[in-house]
Design a protein around this ligand. Structure first.
Ligand SMILES: *[C@@H]1O[C@H](CO)[C@@H](O)[C@H](O)[C@H]1NC(C)=O
Ligand SMILES: *[C@@H]1O[C@H](CO)[C@@H](O)[C@H](O)[C@H]1NC(C)=O
Length: 299
């Protein structure tokens, strides 16, 4: 008899379950990892400020009627806000933005390596080979064709220039923020197969870098870089999400601002608080329905 009850509950659950709006594509499984573009958006100290210049924003007469038109132009450096460094940025002859194969930009597995504690202790912290080893001990090998995201916690300073860069001036020697150590970059290209690497600080090379060696090492292997990733990175699990970015297809450019989107795999998303009441309601309903059906059968 109890088997019948269980089967009935399951049957009704199958009928009601899908209608509660709690499938794997719920909004919480999609995370926008990009900062917005506006006049406060941070960029490399030497570059120009982002500007949206509205050229037309009003009603114009067209024949017998008035119509509304907004038109505008943008002025910006290619490496503004959340942006992609194309391999040609620090390696001669390598891919520009438009050359990066789409397969490297869509649905890539993500490995999030957390060095927040280290970066809190040392502003100029650099991700080390040891950090990668301990990550792999916990999470398994960094997947092939993946994107590594380095989480330093720096995005919490955005858009406060002094805290984020360590200086409000354009003086490059005064920059202080965490990055990736060149020995870690070298270990990655020698031992793992990634398509890109990103960080929630201004640059893959830390603020005190002079030759940008990690840029050179990674770009030389046609690996793209993502810089100024937003604070929403804290929502991602160490493993179990995928990344999609669709950079503006600017031929020849060394970089472009980009919207970076992560999708967390279903088995890594907990049933959200919003979803849960619906789920339990559906379960109670299915339970009730089961008993009613059961009573009907045995009477
Ligand atoms: C419950 O599910 C319905 C139907 O999918 C949906 O419209 C509603 O927003 C959900 N309620 C909650 C609290 O998630
Ligand atoms: C365009 O005009 C509308 C209505 O006056 C205003 O709300 C909006 O902020 C304007 N947009 C810009 C970018 O100036």
């Amino acid at each position: 008899m109890s088997i019948v009850i269980v089967m009935l509950i399951r049957a009704v659950w199958l009928l009601i379950g899908p209608s509660v709006g709690c499938d794997a594509t719920n909004a919480e499984s999609i995370v926008d990892l990009s900062h917005p573009l506006n006049s406060q958006t941070l960029h490399w100290p030497e570059a120009r400020d982002f500007e949206l210049r509205v050229t037309q924003n009003g009603t114009v007469r067209r024949g017998e009627t008035n119509i509304w038109i907004q038109s505008d132009e943008i002025y910006m450096a290619t490496h503004t806000g959340t942006h992609l460094d194309a391999p040609c940025h620090f390696s001669r002859g390598k891919w520009s933005v438009a050359d990066i194969p789409i397969i490297n930009l869509v649905d890539r597995p993500v490995a999030v390596i957390d060095v927040v504690a280290q970066s809190v202790a040392t502003r100029d912290y650099e991700l080390s080979v040891d950090d990668i080893h301990s990550w792999e001990k916990m999470n398994g090998q960094i997947p092939d064709n993946s994107v590594i995201l380095v989480r330093t916690g720096w995005a919490r300073f955005w858009p406060k220039k002094l805290e984020y860069f360590g200086t409000e001036t354009k003086e490059i020697p005064l920059l202080h923020f965490p990055g990736v150590h060149p020995s870690a970059a070298q270990w990655i290209v020698d031992n793992r197969q990634i398509v890109g690497i990103g960080i929630d600080s201004p640059s893959i090379d830390h603020g005190q870098s002079k030759q940008y060696k990690s840029h050179q090492i990674l770009n030389a292997k046609n690996i793209y870089l993502l810089e100024n990733i937003a604070q929403t990175i804290h929502k991602l699990p160490a493993i179990g999400s995928s990344l999609t970015l669709l950079p503006l297809k600017i031929e020849g450019a060394s970089g472009t601002s980009v919207t970076v989107i992560a999708r967390i795999d279903a088995k890594h998303t907990s049933i959200s608080a919003k979803c849960a009441p619906n789920l339990s309601l559906a379960f109670m309903l299915s339970l009730l329905a089961s008993f009613v059906t059961l009573r009907y059968i045995i009477s």
